[in-house]
Design a protein around this ligand. Sequence first.
Ligand SMILES: Cc1cc2nc3c(=O)[nH]c(=O)nc-3n(C[C@H](O)[C@H](O)[C@H](O)COP(=O)(O)O)c2cc1C
Length: 161
Amino acid sequence: MPPHSPPDSLMLRRAFGCFPTGVPVVATRAADGSFAGLPVNSYTSLSLDPPLVLWSIDKACDQMPAFADTDHYAVNILSAEQQDISNRLAMPGEDKLRDIPHEKGAGDAPLLPGCCAQIQCEIAERVEGGDHLILIGRVLATARSERDPLVYHGGGYRALK
Ligand SMILES: Cc1cc2nc3c(=O)[nH]c(=O)nc-3n(C[C@H](O)[C@H](O)[C@H](O)COP(=O)(O)O)c2cc1C
């Protein structure tokens, strides 16, 4: 394993991609009433007491203004059957949640049915993180199912078995 130092962006992506994650869709209601949502693998739990989670958004993302303004977001941890939702939301486009069934949670943040878990949050803190903005959320409510999760590893989707 020869080191790349300093690593270029491709090498960084490849090394970061060795870390397998779930695929949460983080979603919110924008100030204009439209809904924003994107799949992320930067999500992680942060604290039990107080209950906190975090994830980060690329400042260049078209949906950045929606998350820069909102007070709430929902984390929808996708199940193995929901890869198509991740694909649709990862593509550029306007009002991408319009055709994806959802209910409204705290602050009208979209809750997607059929997920492994839904975690409703209010934003506790925004922290600068290089070319990303870290959004720390205080958990208001959770729901979970026994569904298998969608997994992301090495630039592709996986299943647990
Ligand atoms: C599995 C996966 C994980 C991703 N993780 C993140 C992330 O943590 N933060 C982020 O800003 N974008 C992440 N993205 C990219 C965004 O989902 C994608 O760029 C965004 O939805 C495009 O939105 P836009 O058209 O509004 O710019 C990820 C994409 C995929 C497929």
